[in-house]
Design a protein around this ligand. Sequence first.
Ligand code: ADP
Length: 642
Amino acid sequence: MAAQTAETRGFETEAKQLLHLMIHSLYSNKEIFLRELISNASDAADKLRFASLSQPELLETGGEPKVQIDFDTEKNILMISDNGIGMTRDEVITNLGTIAKSGTAQFLENLTGDEKKDSQLIGQFGVGFYSAFIVADKVEVRTRRAGTAEDEATLWISEGEADYSLEAVSKATAGTEITLHLKADEKEYAESYRLRSIVKKYADHISIPVFMQKEDLPVTDEADEDGSKKDEESVVEYEAVNEAKALWTRSRKDVKADEYKEFYKSVSHDFEDPLEWSHNKVEGKLEYTSLLYVPARAPYDLWNRDSARGLKLYVQRVFIMDDAEQFLPLYLRFMKGIVDSNDISLNVSREILQEDPVVDSMRSALTKRALDMLEKMRKKDKDKYNSFWNEFGQALKEGPAEDFTNKEKVAKLLQFTTTHSESDAQDQCLDDYISRMKEDQEKIYYLVADSAKAGRNSPHLEIFRKKGIEVILMHDRIDEWLMSHLQEFDGRQFQDISRGELDLGKLEDEEDKEVQEKTEKEFVKLVERIKENLGDKVKEVRVTHRLTGSPACLAVDDHDMGMQMRKIMEASGQAVPETKPIFEINPTHPLLVKLDKEADEDRFGDIVSILFGQAGLADGVQLEDPADFSARLNKLLLELVN
Ligand code: ADP
């Protein structure tokens, strides 16, 4: 022990930054520190119970799991103790001196300096133990890991600035005792009435009792004189102030909305209320209870593939593990909550979970449950669903590729911007689209572009606008990939309108077709001449049927890779097969009419080059030779000004 006497250590930079931010941005909701500390204590009790499955001796001395809250109004001190798993010295250093969460640095980089915005971010990050410093200017943690000796306890003290001190101490029982030396203006957190109301608010659903001194007994000053608790316990009686019943074990009708919300916050460490939840008890071949939540806001690390995700797993009320990711597919990784099974073994490990057929059945049932919950929300409350979509829609778009069985269910949940949308928001679902389809319309038309605006202005839409046909404007990076997994919906095929020959099916009448054929014949020569001019830059040149106002556009051949997918692959450094566009011209456009009559081959070449370049630009494609494009354009402009 001698080597481990007092020492002072600096906080890791990230911990320091986070601490600073916490103290300065959470002033409007200070009381949540108590929720965080009680929730940690309850986790510690869960962990001890789990560890004792294989080491029963760990439970011998501690007694029933509990949290105890003491306070000293005179000295302005608050103390939260538990008889949970406790921490070794090394664990104290890792858990309280560093921030082990992945993506922390990234999170900190995203901070704006604007306190209001940042405080929302910190809510998403999850505040945890450090929230103690919101109300305290000095925090002491006295902790002893269950199964270690009395004199192997550790005392951690910090004033929440640059450093903390560590000291080897003795502690009679295993568990953790946190003492908050409250700031001068935070006296309310050393008052019985206030504390009780916070505990009621935040801890009713926690499965272990939170004890406080019985109120009718006056707090005797003498007992606290030396700050020791031993004397107190002989005179003071305690009572549980919370209900101490795991929320999910209660019947749905007995749980109030506020209780569900509070439970969510303690499970997820989120700040905001959840958007929606679904609580279910399943009985029959499999028996389990699940409580799934949809958060209001995406966590800072939703797109980090390595970040923790999944549900809190309990087996017969015993906590088994956090982040059990086997119960939901990756595209539903934003869901939070718990699952409590009666069929899984208490000795289960992550590896075993992966192979357990019981888990597979639960996973498909929970996936359906989650999708149904979203579908209900979509039908019931469009605004709420739109806000959900803005946060998590992109994740859901991974669904059709990942989850073949539920493809149609997921597709029902997708939202897009369409030519019907009033803004660029993704606010239309496929059912909406179908309800507005033209009488003879067989396909669902879509266009992939870099942005909603680029989509809206694309020349490809011209004929659709003329005929009043709605087109879905896809503009998320993932969209083209999504569409490669979603060939149809509700029996109707999807059709990329920039791909292949335009085929409007029954939406075109005989007359249209005759006119088209006639034009094609009429301009065979012009097409040939352009083809010669562009050479191997194009796969084909043809007369278009898509355009009414623009002179030309590019089309992608049926089985070629689309522009967006190409860009994604190129950006990720992958080899992309070479494909060439189809150049479609609108011979009724005055420019083409003129071009057809152009005898000077040089000028002909300049105009074709410019039209070809422009058609690419409209699709967000970069010019192959921008200098050449400008030179040719300037040549023509000069003729105008001369
Ligand atoms: P989180 O709970 O989100 O992991 P915290 O900052 O609240 O983050 O706590 C960090 C870690 O410190 C916890 O994961 C846990 O390992 C440990 N810890 C905190 N409070 C206690 C406690 N009362 N008993 C045992 N370990 C604790």
